[in-house]
Design a protein. Structure first.
Length: 47
């Protein structure tokens, strides 16, 4: 159960980081990278 949640969240983080590259909007890059960092930290914390 936990591993599947981690897998889904990991894929979500990768997708979030690809969005600014696809949209070619660098100002979103900081926002998505901060968000993905927050998600990663929360996964480590709740595991």
């Amino acid at each position: 159960m936990i591993t599947s949640i981690n897998l889904i969240a990991g894929i979500g983080v990768i997708v979030l980081n690809l969005i600014p590259l696809v949209l070619k909007k660098p100002r979103y890059l900081l926002l998505t990278s901060l968000l993905s960092l927050l998600i990663a930290l929360s996964l480590i914390f709740f595991e």
